[in-house]
Design a protein around this ligand. Structure first.
Ligand code: UDX
Length: 443
């Protein structure tokens, strides 16, 4: 199979590299000459574990190339994937489809034989039919079908998610397109990964519904965590107890500082917008968005409490600022709400993050970047664990406590048991979702 992948952002690049690893001929296209030059030089513009090795392997095998020439890439392709950005449009929360439609128009003009135009970007219900109209209008002679193939990969685990997916969803409008898509995903199909073939609109809806559901699950446990802190109980025990019910499941029940990232905030906002447009407000999703903002703000109060009710003149070491570990992505990271509040309150903030600095420097002005947690914590009034990088899971707590001015830990990811921290020279430990009685018991 020959595949053109339009857009070398996160989804496009990972998908392109993985498709080439399936044995397909893949050409990745991007308008940015700088990005294409980097890729041609063997450099990966994003941080994703394992991607560099897989990319090098398939480039060397001659199956993976990079170009800015969309027309040449589309000519002769069996399938052209649109994997361009669909950011939240300013002002109204809609997904901005400018890039998707511009790509569809350009692809149309380059089609010379039967091609399936596949949308991988997350797009509102009805978009694939619009893509069909745009292609038909731009090239009435074009022989083509559209297909919707939403992507469910997680940053930091993207290759494994692509190669061993829970499911692949393909929305199609013809038998011919079904065959092309089956050919592309045959390596997964033959290994019994479920491939769900649906109509176009269902495929589009599945992506939004899945992300909104997961965001709801996280937000629900975050709300229970807040209640445990007031009414009593330990959210970790509660999550274990409810997660053992197979109907609920134990994943995505880790209470923390609120969800962030490139998908959940954007897709929940878009779904809420779609609901409003269809006079069917998505009330649960709208509430999830609001509660998630409140969760982030609640974290600021926790840190303030640990700093004796004032940030003024305090030094706070923040460990981790990316929205989750194993990524350099700062999009909608809780740190973007929390760190400025500390600085605004007069704190001096030192940050350590294994990958976050490149993006974080512009987004978090006024912080001091350091390379290791011990230097960051030296003479600090509190250390805040904000992103659960492995590097922060095995800290020498005694050493950390010794260097601090007042050894207080605010663990927003519940990495450490309170008793362990308090037994290692810390004077205070604050986790997420633990009531007073349980706090003293575990201490
Ligand atoms: C998500 C979806 O998982 C993926 O299927 C979709 O394609 C894109 O969006 P991603 O944003 O990469 O992936 O990260 P994910 O691991 O899902 O985490 C999202 C956010 O939720 C992070 O901020 C994370 O810290 C938070 N989270 C996740 C929790 O707070 N608790 C949990 O139990 C799980």
């Amino acid at each position: 199979m020959r595949i053109a992948m339009i857009g070398t952002g996160y989804v496009g690049l990972v998908s392109g590299v993985c498709f080439s690893d399936f044995g397909h001929d893949v050409i990745c296209v991007d308008k940015s000459e700088r990005k294409i030059k980097m890729l041609q030089d063997g450099e990966v513009p994003i941080y994703e574990p394992g991607l560099d090795v897989l990319m090098a392997k398939n480039v060397a095998a001659g199956r993976l190339t990079f170009t800015t020439d969309l027309t040449a890439a589309v000519d002769g392709a069996d399938a052209v994937f649109i994997a361009v950005g669909t950011p939240t449009r300013r002002g109204d929360g809609h997904a901005d489809l400018t890039y998707v439609m511009a790509a569809a128009d350009e692809i149309a003009r380059a089609i010379t034989a039967y091609t399936v135009v596949v949308t991988k970007s997350t797009v509102p219900v009805g978009t694939n039919r619009k893509v069909h109209s745009v292609v038909s209008a731009a090239n009435p002679q074009a022989e083509f079908d559209v297909a919707s193939n939403p992507e469910f990969l997680r940053e930091g685990a993207a290759i494994d998610d692509f190669m061993r997916p829970d499911r692949v969803v393909v929305g199609v409008e013809s038998e011919r397109a079904t065959e092309v898509m089956a050919g592309i995903y045959r390596p997964l199909y033959l290994r019994d990964f479920p491939i769900l073939t649906t109509d176009l609109e269902s495929a589009e809806m599945i992506k939004y519904a899945a992300n909104a559901f997961l965001a709801t699950k996280i937000t629900f446990i975050n709300e229970i965590a807040g209640l445990c802190e007031r009414a009593g109980g330990d959210v970790k025990e509660v999550a274990r107890g409810i997660g053992l019910d197979g109907r609920i499941g134990n994943k995505f029940l880790h209470a923390g500082p609120g969800y962030g990232g490139s998908c959940f905030p954007k897709d929940t906002a878009a779904l809420a917008r779609i609901g409003q447009d269809h006079a069917h407000p998505m009330q649960i999703t709208e509430t999830v968005i609001r509660v998630n903002d409140e969760v982030k703000k609640r974290m600021i109060e926790k840190i303030r409490d640990a700093c004796d009710d004032s940030f003024n003149g305090k030094t706070v070491a923040v460990l981790g600022v990316t929205f989750k570990p194993n990524t350099d992505d700062m999009r909608d990271a809780p740190s973007l709400t929390i760190v400025p509040a500390l600085i605004g309150g007069g704190a001096r903030v030192r940050v350590v993050d294994p990958q976050g600095r490149a993006e974080g420097e512009a987004l978090l002005p006024g912080v001091e970047w350091l390379d290791d947690p011990y230097t960051a914590a030296a003479d600090a009034d509190a250390v805040v664990l904000l992103t659960e990088w492995n590097e922060f899971r095995a800290l020498n707590l005694n050493e950390l406590a010794e260097t601090m001015k007042s050894a207080r830990m605010v663990d927003l990811r519940n990495i450490y048991p309170s008793a362990m921290v308090l037994g290692s020279g810390f004077e205070a430990y604050v986790g997420v979702g633990v009531g007073d009685q349980q706090q003293s018991r575990s201490a």
